[in-house]
Write a protein that binds this ligand. Structure first.
Ligand code: HEC
Length: 282
């Protein structure tokens, strides 16, 4: 071994010499690596006991039924592979996501914003922009629908984001969403009995002109142009129908940052807003 060490050329830096010494010694390498992993593991334990100390933010409310259904779509479609939901405390991030600093002196994400997120959807890769305050940046429901149906038409021409037209042709699973609310209630999300009762109603909507626009855009995107087929897919104006997965996703996007930036649903998007939902959000 000492023979080998003497062969290390002089030009190596002290660090290279050290790593060469350690790496050429299997036992030493194993011991040092084990110590490093143990230290890394140990520092992850204290936060686990600090979870009860998360400062609640009063304006942050649990997800209303349609928003929760949208969150499920967000997870199922893997939106978090390309989008984060966390504003880090760097000037370039806080200014991108809160240009007026309306969010206070420290306009980065706080633990209290995530208290009803099970699981967290922070994400780790920003192929697309961070979506934490999306409702603030893009408050139009119609814009979001058009963008999801075809990001190249709704947004930049060269967007690499996949198109999701099928979401606007598929109704949400109402029973599944209500079951999810029950599960969240069990782990501490404060849904009231009223919220649970109202959920089924809130997952329905009155068919509007905007729904026709979305359905037509989605069908065109999927190559369905035959007039009879298109007409058959349109809901009857005024009729009560389940919201689509696309509607739910848009509602979820418009919930992002809404509680902390105080944008009201009514002002933000007359198309998706409905009073019962606002009540349910409490
Ligand atoms: C392959 C990566 C990728 C995936 C997957 C993806 N996106 Fe995107 N997204 C992007 C990129 C890149 C942009 C920026 C260009 C644009 O606006 O289309 C973007 C833009 C957006 C925007 C506009 C943000 C803004 O403020 O301009 C929203 C909203 C959005 N995505 C939502 C979603 C949702 C919801 C899903 C899942 C259904 C999703 N994205 C899936 C890459 C992705």
């Amino acid at each position: 071994m000492s023979d080998e060490n003497s062969k290390i050329p002089k030009e190596l830096t002290w660090y290279e010499k050290l790593s060469k010494k350690v790496e050429s010694h299997a036992l030493k390498l194993t011991i040092y690596t084990t110590i490093a992993i143990l230290v890394g593991g140990a520092v992850e334990i204290p936060p686990f006991f600090m979870m009860g100390e998360v400062k609640k933010i009063d304006s942050v409310t649990p997800y209303a039924a349609p928003e929760l259904a949208g969150r499920d779509v967000y997870q199922a479609e893997g939106c978090f592979y390309c989008h984060t939901q966390m504003i880090r405390p760097f000037k370039w991030e806080t200014q991108r996501w809160d240009p007026n600093l309306a969010y206070g002196e420290a306009p980065y994400s706080k633990a209290g914003e995530y208290v009803y997120d099970h699981p967290f959807l922070w994400g780790s890769k920003r192929t697309g922009p961070d979506l934490s305050h999306e409702s603030n940046i893009q408050p139009s429901a119609a814009w979001h629908a058009a963008h999801l149906i075809n990001p190249r038409e709704g947004g930049p021409k060269n967007s690499p984001m996949p198109a999701y037209p099928h979401l606007f042709l598929t109704p949400v699973d109402i029973d599944q969403t209500i079951a999810n609310m029950g599960a969240l209630q069990m782990i501490g999300v404060p849904y009231t009995a009223g919220d649970m009762q109202a959920a089924r109603n809130n997952l329905m909507k009155e068919c509007t002109q905007q729904d026709h626009i979305n359905t037509k855009l989605a069908l065109r995107e999927m190559g369905v142009t035959d007039k009879a087929d298109v007409d058959a897919a349109l809901c009857k104006i005024g009729e009560a129908v389940p919201i689509t997965k696309g509607d739910a996703l848009v509602r979820y996007l418009l919930k992002m940052g809404r509680d902390t930036t105080q944008i009201s649903m009514e002002e933000a998007s007359p198309n998706v807003a409905d009073a019962s939902e606002a009540k349910n959000g409490k």
